[in-house]
Design a protein around this ligand. Structure first.
Ligand code: FMN
Length: 280
């Protein structure tokens, strides 16, 4: 997610967030904001940078974003949301525009998402994603998959369901309950890049469905993550940024609390590498 305002001001930090490598393709960028002209200009810039899809954020709960009227604040401003989506759709030449929204701002019924989804369809969006929580819920409580079904039944463009999908069984239940066309994974992917394969296996009823990595694989992936982060950010910042992410790889395992306490004191590559190699 990048701020449309920061992007059109061409701030270096924003361009850094949009950096990618060829292996990332196909790749979408998400933009946030509430000024239709600025959002349109940002969308055009994102397309020129080579992205394959633009997603409009109508879900972010953070006050810095909602205060000026962006993110989930747009759920309660359908007229502005319509102008924003319309302008973004008009501003891109060849790539699809999608919208990601929460089910509502405070209203738990899902009606706000239905309304925004209909608008998105009317003004030319290619698909929508619905996170089954309200802005008020933040990331707590259980995601409401019925509300995703309400949106699915109200529009013809594809609907992606999102919220609380942590394995293949969750994904199948979300699809069964809501009828959604696709599933978006959130926190379940943190420290678990294997989740996609595992879910795909379950949905396709392949053998060995619930793939779970060995501790050795987790160590290897965490170490690779650390090395790439340091290559990108340098050792000092790379280690600081990586502490939290490295812990995600081992979040389900006994000993994680001790590991976290130690990693939070580590400042060098060698220290973190040592902790990773000796975990478990
Ligand atoms: C650390 C973090 C960062 C997130 N960043 C974004 C974001 O930039 N754009 C967005 O649309 N959603 C963002 N989300 C929300 C997730 O995409 C997802 O909607 C939410 O976590 C619910 O799914 P889950 O229950 O599977 O985690 C973020 C969530 C987390 C935990």
């Amino acid at each position: 997610m990048v701020s449309s305002e920061s992007l059109v001001r061409k701030t270096e930090k924003t361009f850094r967030l949009l950096k990618s490598v060829e292996a990332d393709k196909p790749l979408g960028a998400q933009i946030v904001g509430c000024n239709p002209d600025v959002m349109g200009e940002a969308a055009s810039m994102v397309e020129d940078l080579g992205f394959d899809l633009i997603d409009i954020n109508i879900g972010c709960p953070v006050p810095k974003i909602t205060g000026p009227g962006g993110g989930s604040a747009l759920l309660r401003e359908p007229k502005t949301a319509a102008e924003v989506i319309r302008k973004v759709v008009k501003s891109v030449k060849n790539i699809p525009v999608t919208v990601k929204m929460r089910k509502g701002y405070a209203d738990p019924s899902g009606d706000e998402a239905v309304n925004i989804a209909k608008i998105a369809e009317d003004v030319g969006a290619s698909a929508v994603t619905v996170h089954g929580r309200t802005r008020e819920q933040g990331y707590s409580g259980i995601a409401d998959w019925e509300a995703i079904g309400k949106v699915k039944r109200a529009i013809k463009i594809p609907v992606f369901g999102n919220g609380d999908v942590n394995n293949g069984e969750d994904a199948q239940r979300l699809i069964d309950i809501s009828g959604c066309d696709g599933v978006m994974i959130g926190r379940g992917a943190l420290g678990n890049p294997w989740i996609y394969k595992s879910i795909e296996n379950t949905l396709n009823k392949k053998a060995n469905p619930a793939y779970s990595p060995s501790t050795e694989e987790q160590r290897e992936a965490a170490l690779k993550h650390l090395k790439l982060e340091i290559e990108y950010e340098g050792e000092k910042i790379g280690v600081l940024k990586c502490r939290r992410m490295i812990c995600w790889y081992f979040k389900e395992q006994a000993g994680i609390a001790k590991f976290r306490a130690k990693i939070n004191k580590a400042t060098t590559f060698n220290e973190v590498e040592d902790l990773i190699l000796n975990f478990g």
